[in-house]
Design a protein around this ligand. Structure first.
Ligand code: ADP
Length: 183
């Protein structure tokens, strides 16, 4: 049985990875599908190609996971999958539920597509791609919240900010050492 995990993955987080890893144990195959919309192009931090590269790098250890992309209605994509394929979505908290419930009902109504939900571990319940992007844009440390491939890509994207922040930290360290010699 195949599960399709659709999303923007801008970039993939440890929450997504947790849902994906659990699903890879349950389903024969999981397809990570970056959904793209020509009208929303430019609204993402990473290009479609960059997001797909990150996904491939982050999932090399999961042999039954493949990466794909689709621009259009998810139900049209599902109709092309092997029979019995389901949509996989992750749930963080009750706040996700209302939106996800609506989409799941609509996908069943318009395309007879079934949705399966997996809850990530609670330690990831506060992690979202948008928060990760925000923290990284100021040079903050996101290494605990994303797989290594995403962290490296964020550092490359914000190389100037990270370099500036590290230089500031180094200056502070040296100033402290001068104030307290011998420590
Ligand atoms: P979308 O743009 O479609 O919301 P996302 O890439 O943000 O796509 O998320 C894809 C799926 O992963 C959604 O079902 C979302 O609720 C879920 N998800 C996102 N972050 C987490 C997390 N930290 N834990 C569990 N599920 C998550």
């Amino acid at each position: 049985m195949n599960a399709v995990f659709p999303g923007s993955f801008d970039p993939i987080t440890s929450g997504h990875m947790d849902v994906l890893t659990r699903a890879a144990k349950i389903f024969d195959h999981v397809t990570l599908t970056v959904m793209h919309n020509a009208r929303k192009q430019g609204r993402h931090l990473f290009t479609l190609e960059e997001r797909m590269d990150i996904l491939r790098e982050a999932t090399t250890h999961l042999p039954n996971v493949r990466v794909d992309t689709f621009g259009g209605l998810l139900v049209d994509y599902m109709a092309r999958q092997e029979p019995g394929s389901v949509i996989l979505r992750g749930l963080r908290a009750v706040s996700d539920y209302e939106y996800e419930l609506q989409i799941a009902h609509l996908n069943r109504q318009i395309g007879d597509a079934e949705t399966v939900f997996i809850m990530a571990a609670t330690r990831w319940s506060f992690v979202s791609s948008s928060m990760v992007r925000e923290i990284a844009s100021y040079g903050g440390d996101v290494s605990e919240m994303v797989p290594r491939a995403s962290a490296a890509a964020l550092r490359r994207k914000h190389a100037d900010v990270y370099a500036e922040r590290e230089a500031e930290k180094e200056e502070q360290k040296q100033a402290q050492q001068q104030e307290q010699p011998g420590r």
